[in-house]
Design a protein around this ligand. Structure first.
Ligand code: ZN
Length: 455
């Protein structure tokens, strides 16, 4: 390449030299005459003048190009600084959100929006700022705009779910949760929220499918999933029975019992259906198994019903059979005391209640003691004594929600107070640890699948 270029230069220089020699050998004159103006010169000078004119022309062209190109370069520099400013506003806005200053965040969000041409980023800030300021309409608008962008759609849905739940619009929240679940079934909060909402609206089958996906994605632990599935089956069994399909109801209840025999609700469901189908013996076996794991007054009542025994004196013997596996348990002693009381065996009832109460009898023990004294027609002072003790006695086990600690009269799958599914346990107060703050509960659905099991 270099060689060829050198060669061309040599050839050009040679041609120029030959031209110069040729011109010098043939000196000619040029005369220009124009409107009384005359110029005498040689051909060589004229050629040099033409060459200079061409060079000046090229120089002017370059200057023109430079001037025309400058604004673009300038604009570019300006845009760069605009973007930098925009990002600074964005950062300051996010910091304001973190600090909980809504007004400041909204101010930065507006400026970032003007400076940056990247809606997804500024939308998130705008939405959060609006939320902090309690400006629901602006927040909803920003979250909905985020749905247009593939990458931001998921975050937008999260905002919309929380917003709908706060508005009490369960159906709307469920629709958004389903969209979020379709986008990212591996995200824990999506699985938890969708599950809770499906359970709250009684969509047991759909909830079970969500739970199974959650288990496959390792969002729910296997143990927790086992109990939740059992409780969903209890609900499906109830629906089946309500629809008149007892065979299916029994099948669901059996499956549930196979999964979680330690759940009182599961054992009760199966025993009820077994009694209904005339299989009292099998119902008694079911109840005995669960009594050994988690004794509960409902189980004792069903046990008597399953035995078909109506003689109160014989019922004492029947309950003794049930409680034989856990004779020391408070529930065993209370169940025996109750049945003895119904049979009019005052002494025996007192003995069981003494064993149940120990040195610090609970409210239930004190009340039953008062009832024994009342029905045994003892001294009224004794009755009053027990009733006044009951007023200050330690609280008994009851159906308590492990998520919000709310107290319930009877078991239900969905907590009436916080909406979590499967969180009701037969427990004494103060056995669950800390209560989750309300905002961490239904909206993010983190309670149902993460709380303690058992009971
Ligand atoms: Zn609750």
């Amino acid at each position: 390449m270099t060689f060829i270029r050198t060669l061309i230069w040599f050839v050009l220089a040679g041609v120029a030299m030959l031209g110069a020699v040729w011109l010098a050998e043939r000196p000619g004159n040029v005369t220009v005459q124009w409107r009384g103006w005359r110029l005498d010169t040689s051909v060589g000078v004229l050629l040099v003048a033409v060459l200079i004119l061409i060079l000046v022309g090229i120089a002017l062209w370059l200057v023109y190009r430079w001037i025309m190109g400058a604004p673009g370069a300038l604009m570019e520099g300006w845009g760069e600084s605009r973007r930098r400013k925009g990002y600074r506003e964005l950062t300051q806005g996010l910091a304001a959100v973190a600090a909980g200053d809504g007004t400041e965040a909204q101010r930065h969000a507006r400026r970032a929006e003007q400076l940056l041409s990247e809606p997804p980023l500024t939308l998130l800030l705008s939405a959060q700022a609006a939320q902090l300021n309690g400006d629901r309409d602006s927040a909803t608008r920003a979250f909905k705009a985020m749905l247009e962008d593939d990458e931001m759609a998921f975050l937008g849905l999260r905002g919309l779910i929380a917003q709908s739940l706060r508005d009490g619009n369960q159906q709307q929240a469920l629709t958004y949760a389903q969209r979020a679940f379709a986008l990212r079934p591996q995200t824990p909060w999506v699985v938890h929220s969708l599950f809770d909402m499906q359970a709250q609206t009684g969509q047991w089958k759909a909830a079970q499918e969500t739970l199974e996906t959650g288990m496959r994605q390792k969002v729910v632990s296997a143990d927790r999933a086992r109990t939740l599935r059992a409780l969903l089956l209890v609900e499906r069994s109830r629906s089946g029975e309500n629809d008149g399909n007892d065979a299916q109801a029994l099948a669901f209840a059996r499956e549930a019992f196979g999964l979680a025999p330690e759940r009182i609700a599961v054992a009760s469901r199966l025993a009820e259906l077994q009694i209904k189908s005339g299989d009292g013996k099998r119902a008694m076996k079911t109840l005995e198994k669960t009594w050994s794991l988690a004794p509960h007054p409902d189980l004792a009542e069903l046990y008597i019903k399953a035995s078909g025994e109506s003689d109160p004196l014989k019922q004492v013997g029947i309950v003794r059979r049930l409680t034989a596996q856990r004779p020391e348990d408070l529930e065993s002693n209370l169940a025996l005391a109750k049945v003895a009381l119904d049979a009019g065996l005052w002494g025996e009832a007192r003995r069981y209640l003494d064993a149940a109460g120990g040195s610090n009898p609970t409210v239930r023990v004190c009340r039953l003691m008062a009832e024994v004294e009342e029905r045994a027609q003892s001294d009224q002072a004794k009755v009053h004594d027990w009733l006044s003790r009951a007023a200050h006695a330690p609280a008994d086990k009851a159906w308590r929600c492990s998520a919000c600690h709310a107290h319930h009269e009877s078991w239900r799958s969905v907590c009436e107070s916080c909406g979590a599914f499967g969180t009701l346990h037969w427990r004494a107060p103060g056995t669950f640890g800390q209560v989750l703050p309300p905002e961490a509960r239904p909206a993010l659905g983190m309670t149902t699948m993460n709380t303690v099991s058992g009971g």
